[in-house]
Design a protein. Structure first.
Length: 131
């Protein structure tokens, strides 16, 4: 794992990069960014397939490589919070990447999901902007 800092538009950004094993599938290179103005809500980007064809749970920014891991309105038990620690975040990302790979093969999302198809484009952009 590597870690570095860079200056973003709204302040410092802490960037972590790691090659993450995805059980039963190819490992993925993951980039996690903690933006100074929203340090509690990391942005997570991944290599490999991108966009809505890769997963119904991606934000449109950065070429569809940003993961939508949870809904911001979910209670803390259903989303990552800083007190959970980085290991928990890595586990959530690996689980999400497994679900994406399964979805690409089986066209079925495993587990609970927020109804993205019911969001208007404006609502989706607002949700992405929160990140």
């Amino acid at each position: 794992m590597s870690c570095r800092r860079r200056q973003g538009r709204t302040g410092p950004v802490q960037v972590y990069e790691v090659d993450l094993d995805v059980p039963g599938y190819q490992s993925r290179h993951v980039t996690i960014e903690f933006v100074g103005s929203a340090w509690w809500h990391p942005r997570v980007y991944v290599d490999g397939p991108a966009g809505h064809d890769a997963s119904p749970h991606r934000f449109p920014g950065r070429g569809g490589r940003e993961l939508c891991l949870w809904f911001s309105g979910d209670p803390s038990g259903q989303r990552w919070v800083p007190d959970d620690g980085m290991l928990m975040l890595f586990g959530m990302i690996a689980e999400h990447l497994f679900k994406e790979a399964w979805w690409r093969e089986q066209h079925e999302w495993l587990g609970k999901e927020y109804p993205h198809g019911e969001l208007t484009e404006e609502q989706a952009m607002t949700e992405a902007a929160k990140r």
